[in-house]
Design a protein around this ligand. Structure first.
Ligand code: ADP
Ligand code: MG
Length: 271
């Protein structure tokens, strides 16, 4: 917000984005009329029930799958393809199984031809930052899910992109590991001040993390409401203010889940 007041350009500018998928079952209007600005250094969560178009929107911002119409500008440039200025973290840990933790983290730096000495320094710093130092010689199969996701984050941070796009990155983890990684993400974000767009269907997760929660409608995906979260960090999910927000947002998500259920029933009777 401060950046906008100071006249700075938003990090991401989504305008009138619409996305139609055509498949064997006809056309699906996945996104319609999406307008969204994300400020530099902001942490925004996209929240909504499964199938509401969160991944579609994130993939459009990443440049993997262009919108059918509308425009997206990221870091001052129209998005037409994936780019190193927009790093993506997926739910499934996209690690190379045949490489050690250290090699996985170093991979992007090798590709970018970063000199060996600098590479080593940066990898060391990232392994330390994510508490992975003692695991540097292990292979992904010998790590827990939480550890693997830490490696995936370290690997993406190595590229040092100003923007992280995260698609339900902690969705497959147990509650405790998830909270740990949320805290690590907040710590890294506070330190590196990257712009983060974080997709989740977890209401508590969105309130725990975000500066603003973008609640999406179900099919077509539109922006239902944008809820600013001004609670100071670290946030306490047991605090009354936290719970008040949780109730407010739950209500919105439940309305959309009901629409989802109706759409499913409608689909079933139409067959
Ligand atoms: P979310 O990430 O919120 O669960 P998605 O963005 O994956 O939702 O999907 C939004 C809608 O678009 C869903 O109805 C889904 O079935 C549809 N969809 C997503 N990707 C494709 C695709 N490649 N082809 C056809 N339909 C798709
Ligand atoms: Mg998704």
């Amino acid at each position: 917000m401060a950046a906008a007041l100071a006249g700075g350009a938003p990090a991401i500018q989504v305008r009138g984005v619409r996305k139609v998928f055509s498949g064997s079952e006809g056309e699906v209007l996945a996104l319609d009329g999406i307008d969204l600005d994300v400020e530099p250094g902001e942490l925004v969560c996209l929240l909504g029930p499964s199938g509401c178009g969160k991944s579609t929107l994130l993939n459009a911002i990443a440049g993997f799958s262009p919108p059918t119409s509308g425009s997206i500008v990221a870091n001052g440039r129209a998005v037409t393809a994936p780019g190193p200025d927009r790093a993506m973290v997926f739910q499934e840990y996209a690690l190379f199984p045949w490489m050690t933790v250290e090699k996985n983290v170093a991979f992007g730096l090798e590709m970018a031809k970063v000199p060996a000495r600098e590479r080593r320094e940066r990898v060391d710093a990232l392994l330390a930052m994510l508490n992975l130092r003692e695991f540097r010689d292990r292979f992904p199969k010998d790590l827990s899910g939480g550890m693997r996701q830490r490696v995936a984050i370290a690997r993406v941070l190595a590229i040092d992109s100003p923007m992280l796009l995260m698609d339900e990155p902690f969705g497959a983890l147990d509650a405790l590991t998830r909270r740990n990684l949320q805290d690590e993400l907040l710590r890294i974000w506070a330190k590196l001040r990257k712009t983060i767009v974080f997709v989740t269907h977890g209401i508590e997760e969105s309130i725990y993390l975000a500066d603003r929660v973008v609640v999406m409608t179900y099919r077509p995906g539109t922006v239902k409401r944008i809820v600013p979260v001004t609670l100071p960090r670290p946030r306490d999910p047991a605090a009354p203010e936290f719970n008040a927000l949780k109730r407010e947002i739950s209500q919105m998500v439940m309305e959309e889940q009901a629409r989802h259920a109706q759409a499913e029933v409608g689909g079933a009777t139409a067959d």
